[in-house]
Design a protein around this ligand. Sequence first.
Ligand code: PLP
Length: 622
Amino acid sequence: MHDFGLSIWGDDNFVIKDGKVALNYANNPSLLELTDKVREKGYKGPLLLRFPHLIKKQLFNLFGAFDETIKEFNYQGKFYAVFPLKVNQYPNFIHSLMKASSGYGYGLEAGSKAELIIAMSETPLGAPITVNGFKDMEMIALCFIAAKMGHNITVTIEGLGELETIIEVNEQFNKSSHIPVAPRIGMRIRLHSSGIGIWAKSGGYGSKFGLTATELLEAYELLKEYRLLDQLSMIHFHIGSQMNEIAPLKKALREAGNIYADLKNRGAASLSAINIGGGLAVEYSQHSGAQERNYSLKEFANDVVYLMQEVAKSKGIAEPDIFTESGRFIAASHSVLIAPVLELFSQEYHEKALRPKESNPPLVQELFDLYRLINRTNAREYLHDALDHMESILTLFDLGYVDLEDRSNTEILVNLIIKKAIELLKNDDADELHRLQNRIQEKYLVNFSAFQSLPDFWGLAQNFPVMPLDRLDTKPTLPASIWDITCDSDGEIGFNPKLPLHLHDIDVEEEEYFLAFFLAGAYQEVLGMKHNLFTHPTEVVIDFDAKGNPQLNNLIAAQNLIDILDDLDYDTNTMGNSLKLKLEDSVLIKEEEKRELLGKLYLYLSENSYLKTIQAIKETNK
Ligand SMILES: *Cc1c(COP(=O)(O)O)cnc(C)c1O
């Protein structure tokens, strides 16, 4: 059985059952069964399934790991966590998250005014809100309003200018109030130990964010002068996302711990928490030997608690509370993108497509013979001959000596010979064979947009695990590359011989074949772009009833064409009128046909921009 690396990236979230990938939860519904349920309602195109039980699992793991470690170490500080909204602000996700987290005192982190409004309305009073990123007067005023509502809100200052604004806003808000109320204040530090990987800019001296040692001291003096020192409660850092190793975090923890202790000993009596930001990584790899993370959650928790305890002991201060802002770790696994395969491009390379002539040119005839006679013993030699002949025949074509039919026969035969040779030689682990897979790779045209649904594949070459929904009891044989339906050649997940993906040989006119892309729940949705005007796919939340039966909730259909254009600020009424007039005035259409065409046009405008699969077309024609 081929598991598409499920044991590496799957985290026991899925199982393979009867050849289908199924949830390792409740009554183990297969993803295919869930997909069919949504499609029966008439939604074709790509589909985003959200699984709140997987959000709950991640929260349970995160809080569980820290609570356990805190007990083991007899650590005196508490553990808190917030979800950084920039990772996923979609309401269907956030509502599931807040529901799943009740009981944990879990809050939200905001990095902009719009996110702050989400945090203020969705976070239960008492649970923490943290506010990072660049802030103006209005944003800081919103933090004061939140504090006056009763929210436990901490505004992290990224520079001295922000602190000056806080001082000003505090005077405005608290001048005449009988109970002065202000948000808590955090200070983001600029680490000298730098961040890692592609996100290195999030940490380190070159970072866009945080206060230097000199600025920290100045901020401390300012807080004291304006009697806000009692609000200073948190030291914050964030070394970057998807930390693939633990070493940089340890360095940052020591550095931040010493800054915390220094300020505390200097007189910052209310300082009580260290916020370690996000960065906890997710394993996206489908191939052993290519793992993206060298530590476990338990190791992560152990290091954080141990190092904070060490610093506290050596500096003689109380052990600080620990805050995390892990986003990717909480959100990535909760959604699965499911997309129908529309076409296999090189399916024409079949014997039935050959056009043998009465008399083929000698080299082409030889290819026919090689194909007929190739066997285990001669495979390598015949393969080389075939590749050599192909070069010659293509040259002959350029010179006008052979025709299009000869060239077509050549392409098919060489493709078939390579496939046969690979099959015959599959037990020899030759480099050459790996390279040849490139030449016979099958291009799968898939009904989705990589730009919309997996933008980090395009922008950062991030791999996402992919597998078909069924046929998992059959060995997939075709080296596959995946093409999305945008008109952009970057919308291709190419075949990589080092991290090979094989898919099944199927006839899409006869049978449906769906691909699932996993771990798409963090960052992808909101970074997704409307290249070619393909918008967010149809989404649905999968909850379970008491008997373990799946329920499809909060379905949101992909935008229809009119809404897409309206979003771009087209005047869709004017557009509609223009289309209608053009049809009515056209001399190319018979009068009685006009009404029917207009009806069709309106129907199409009410649908989304994704393609309908061939199956869908067959069904509507029934
Ligand atoms: C982006 C960000 C996070 C989340 O990082 P993940 O790697 O998704 O856990 C946390 N804190 C801050 C300040 C961030 O900018």
